[in-house]
Design a protein around this ligand. Structure first.
Ligand code: SF4
Length: 442
């Protein structure tokens, strides 16, 4: 007799916000897939829709509310979670019919809301889940979240009030997850947290057991152990603390990628002070120069904020001069936006929108010129490139200097012989301000 399997319940998910929120979505989906749920790519095909919201900026909140409204209109059974879920009253005022509202990392509550909306089936044919879980990133790269929350109190940011103080994941659990991902075919691990250099502080850098050997919970030992896994390892959200110095030789040796994502946000001591961030950018310049002496291929990426309350023309120019000296490789820039609940909202001398706009354009042009020179210097060099996409026109990849989504690309026009996840050597033939074009030589 043929066994009939009832159709599995289906959930849709709209995942907004940063890579950390994406990891939360992946965890929720992994759990639901393990219970036999299927993921629906459309609203109509879903028995319920999860909206994982972002509450970082007012524009992100508006986008989250819009997504909830759309999911309600198109499907009707909506489960809200994520950073904005902390403000349940606001969500319920606008959307009284949502099924449940929970804050970030409340996986259990989200899964239980899904159970209520679309009860799970228990059947071994649908309970299978790949060992690496369900990933929302392409198969060949994956984010690896090492901690939650933050001990800093930057005045423009509400992450600590949303997510609390730093809580590091035990290092052996992080490494076990990384190993599973690598076994499943992941070729690049992107380490994320709010403050990667502070990893382990809350655990007093406790020792754990990893394959029969003791290992300390800190960024250096994590980098070394991940580096032993034989895949690309890229470090995000690192602060230039002295402890990071010890990681740079691992980059020089090729253990982990020579890449650091350091959110500087500003350079002027006055602005940094009112942002409540460390304010000794001269020391930082010395540190960067020392790092480059040890690892000349080091790529530094950063983000900055222009138009922070009280930022004078002098402060702004100080930042441009600092950029000219630091010669960072990859730089993003945001116009300051007040975020509900942030202490910076009460600062005097808020900056006019036109001034923010004008400074943003000057900033971008200034950095474009720095980037143009840096990219031109890569023409003629050999670069390792990981392939992200291939179609009939050729392949698109990234060099070690490029993180997915936020940095540049390397175009291999006409090359259709490679596949996503391949790591190849490319001779660079052409560069523009941010991207490279080249030919594969192996
Ligand atoms: S370091 Fe500052 S900006 Fe980053 S999460 Fe912590 S408080 Fe927010």
């Amino acid at each position: 007799m043929t066994k009939t399997i009832a159709p599995a319940p289906r959930v849709g998910i709209v995942s907004l916000g940063c890579p950390k929120a994406l990891v939360d979505s992946e965890r929720i989906l992994t759990r639901l897939r393990a219970e036999g749920y299927e993921v629906s790519p459309t609203y109509e095909g879903a028995d319920a829709v999860i909206v994982n919201t972002c509450g970082f900026l007012d524009s992100a909140k508006a986008e989250s509310l819009e997504a909830i409204g759309e999911a309600l209109a198109e499907n009707g059974k909506v489960i809200v979670t994520g950073c904005m879920g902390k403000d349940e009253t606001l969500i319920r005022e606008q959307f009284p019919n949502v099924l449940s509202v929970t804050g970030p990392h409340q996986y259990e509550a989200v899964v239980s809301a899904v159970h209520d909306a679309a009860p799970p089936q228990h059947d071994p044919f649908v309970d299978l889940v790949p060992p690496e879980g369900i990933k929302l990133t392409p198969r060949h790269y994956s984010y690896l979240k090492i901690s939650e929350g933050c001990n800093n109190r930057c005045s423009f940011c509400i992450i600590p009030s949303l997510r609390g103080d730093l809580v590091s994941r035990p290092i052996n659990r992080v490494l076990a997850e990384a190993e599973k991902l690598v076994k499943a075919g992941v070729k690049e691990l992107l380490v994320i947290s709010q403050d990667t250099s502070a990893y382990g502080v809350d655990l007093k850098y406790a020792e754990a057991d990893w394959k029969g050997n003791p290992i300390k919970t800190n960024m250096l030992e994590l980098s070394r152990a991940l580096g032993d896994m034989g895949v690309w390892v890229r470090m995000h959200y690192v602060y230039p603390y002295p402890s990071v110095d010890a990681v740079i030789p691992l980059m020089a040796e090729g253990k982990i990628l020579p890449y650091l994502d350091i959110p500087f946000q500003h350079a002027s001591p006055n602005v940094l002070k009112s942002m409540r961030r460390p304010a000794n950018q001269e020391k930082v310049l010395d540190r960067i120069n020392k790092w480059r002496d040890i690892c000349p291929d080091l790529t530094l990426r950063s983000t900055f904020i222009v138009g922070f309350p009280g930022e004078t023309e002098e402060d702004f120019e100080f930042m441009l001069d600092w950029l000219s000296e630091a010669k960072l490789d990859r730089v993003g820039c945001f116009k300051y936006e007040p975020v509900e609940g942030a202490t910076a909202n009460d600062l005097p001398d808020q900056i006019d929108e036109e001034v923010k706009e004008e400074r943003w354009h000057r900033f971008m042009e200034h950095q474009r010129q720095i980037s143009e020179v840096k990219m031109a210097a890569k023409v003629g060099t050999l670069q390792k490139v990981i392939i992200d996409e291939v179609d009939e026109d050729g392949a698109i990849g990234r060099s070690t200097a490029d993180a997915p989504e936020i940095d540049g690309s390397v175009f291999l026009n006409g090359d259709t012989e490679v596949k996503p996840g391949d790591i190849v050597t490319v001779r660079v033939e052409h560069a523009d301000d941010y991207d490279l074009w080249g030919i594969r030589i192996d």
